[in-house]
Design a protein around this ligand. Structure first.
Ligand code: SF4
Length: 341
């Protein structure tokens, strides 16, 4: 087991975890809400370090990240557990695990970086479950990955504390964050958390303090977060706080986990969300989980030229020059390797 990086030693041998906004106060012999950090005699340990649940080579578009090294492959790693309890979790087999499976094969940070290079990946992403669940491992691996010229990505629910982000910030390039809704009752009832506005603070910090590339995903669930009020609030916040060149992915919900009996998001709802995003001033609103839809390509907002064509995970760069439109020179917020990775 690996000692946690960010915790306070409290009275009566309790440990105060500072990795995510739950800020669990954990008694000896107990674990935090996520069940991936355990207090042993007053010291906090990660139960997950170097124990992936899953590893794969993915197109970066699958994260989804559309404006970050488009067309590149990313070595993707997931672990166990989660600090949310979302009713629509696609990966509930790993996110609801109380502990790493006994069959987990240990993969050191050095081995992870080596595997990424061996498979020709440009970067490493922590994804599939919430990356803060093995925060120490992602820090160690990200530092090594950056030394070797690989980019690094968190696919996250965004509930990390500012001090955790400041610990990881020097080694992390991209923050792909879910903004699942925009109301207290939604986050409480659907995800089981309070203080969800911390997600906004951390995302802004990722962008402004650390210069990370940020893309936002909202999975639109019928009767839960598909009302105009929440969609307008999300789009307005992205445009106002992260900037109108920030990509927003509105994705189709498909029944799963505890919602197995419900229906998929109607296409009209997704079209409505795209329209709301555009009316809020967002220049790049993408529709996801709908194969072949007309909102997958990147079209320059200034000259209407198609600069990236996408078909599923096939990507063709047709009009990008650096971060700009090749046809008219408009800034399109792409990162193509200019940051030295
Ligand atoms: S990472 Fe886990 S133990 Fe730490 S504060 Fe969050 S839920 Fe609690």
């Amino acid at each position: 087991m690996h000692e946690a990086m960010l915790y306070d030693r409290l009275d009566q041998s309790r440990a105060g975890c500072n990795i995510c906004r739950w800020r669990c106060r954990i008694n000896p012999g107990k674990t935090g809400v996520c069940r991936m950090y355990e207090n042993l005699s007053g010291r906090l340990y990660s139960l997950n370090y170097g124990l992936p649940s899953s590893m794969a080579v993915d197109p970066v578009e699958k994260k989804p990240l559309f404006h970050y090294f488009p067309g590149s492959s990313v070595f993707s790693m997931g672990s166990w557990g989660c600090n949310f309890k979302c009713s629509d979790c696609q990966n509930w087999q790993i996110s609801t695990a109380g502990e790493p499976a006994v069959s987990s094969r240990e993969v050191s940070p050095e081995q992870a970086v080596s595997l990424a290079q061996q498979y020709g990946c440009r970067g490493i992403a922590w994804t599939y479950n919430e990356p803060t669940m093995w925060f120490e491992y992602t820090c160690d691996t990200a530092r090594l990955a950056r030394e070797k010229g690989l980019y690094t990505v968190y696919v996250t629910n965004g509930y990390m504390t500012i001090e955790a982000l400041d610990t990881l910030g020097p080694y992390l390039n991209a923050w792909r964050v879910d903004l699942k809704g925009f109301r207290d009752d939604f986050y409480l009832n659907w995800c089981g958390i309070r203080n969800w506005r911390g997600i906004l603070e951390t995302a802004e910090h990722a962008l402004r303090r650390w210069g990370m590339h940020v893309e936002v995903v909202t999975n639109i669930i019928p009767a839960m977060n598909d009302d105009e009020e929440q969609l307008c609030s999300i789009a307005g916040w992205i445009a106002g706080s992260l900037g109108n060149l920030t990509p927003w992915h509105v994705t189709r919900f498909h029944p799963c986990d505890k919602m197995a009996a419900g229906g998929s998001t109607p296409l009209e709802t997704l079209e409505k969300a795209v329209k709301i995003g555009r009316e809020a001033g967002l220049k790049f609103v993408y529709m996801g989980n709908v194969p072949g839809n007309r909102h997958e390509n990147t079209v320059c907002f200034n000259c209407s030229g198609t600069v990236v064509e996408r078909d599923g995970y096939r990507t063709k760069l047709t009009g990008i020059a650096g971060s700009k439109c090749k046809y008219c020179g408009a800034e399109l917020n792409f990162r193509m390797g200019q940051e030295g990775v």
